[in-house]
Ligand binder design. Sequence first.
Ligand SMILES: Nc1ncnc2c1ncn2[C@@H]1O[C@H](COP(=O)(O)OP(=O)(O)O)[C@@H](O)[C@H]1O
Ligand SMILES: [Mg+2]
Length: 224
Amino acid sequence: MDSIIELKDINKIYGKRVKTQVLNNINLSIDKGSFNSIIGASGSGKTTLLNIIGMLDRPTSGQVELEGRRIDKMSRRVLADIRNREVGFVFQFHHLLPEFNAIENVIMPRSIRDIFCGRKTSEKAKELLELVGLPKVKKNKVYDLSGGEQQRVAIARALMNSPKIILADEPTGNLDSKTSEVIYNIFRDINKELGTTFIIITHDERIAKKTDRIIEIEDGVIKF
Ligand SMILES: Nc1ncnc2c1ncn2[C@@H]1O[C@H](COP(=O)(O)OP(=O)(O)O)[C@@H](O)[C@H]1O
Ligand SMILES: [Mg+2]
């Protein structure tokens, strides 16, 4: 199978005077269209690893490839553009803009690229809100939505630019188990219907067990 992400000999060291090695010689290949989870104790390096995959952070050494392109070598500007077009992020705290309504939040990644986004864009935002099961609250301000609904808006936003890969950092860490299940099922449907690759950091064992591949990290090393 083709890979979408290739990590080769990744090391990450934080700090200049006092150095802390957080990732230790990570080698990892993620198949295109696959549905993966990352598990591991708090502080083991999960977020650091996901941020390097998502180009939010750079490794101290090693290679990162996105569909064969060496992203660790690219300039910040080029990276920001690739990130915006090809990667969707979902975080534990949704980082939505509470004063804006659901549609406006979903459109946000597109309006960063194109301030004159038109009707087609808002049509797509509406479709995405329907896809995540929120046909009724499109015009509601985000602060009027429940935690689960807000997270679904964040998922719709992550899908706005039709990314190839979605990176989720404890997306259900803040939600009850029933809502977590709903979010997981939405991810699964998107994966099946659109072929989007997923990497989901989770503490929820039941969710991890339902992914195709569990990547376990311990003290900055991947366990095989
Ligand atoms: N910006 C940073 N500067 C220094 N240390 C950091 C930074 N970010 C994370 N760390 C440290 O790196 C380790 C791994 O953190 P992280 O990747 O967030 O782990 P996890 O997501 O598995 O809980 C932790 O010990 C954390 O304190
Ligand atoms: Mg983390």
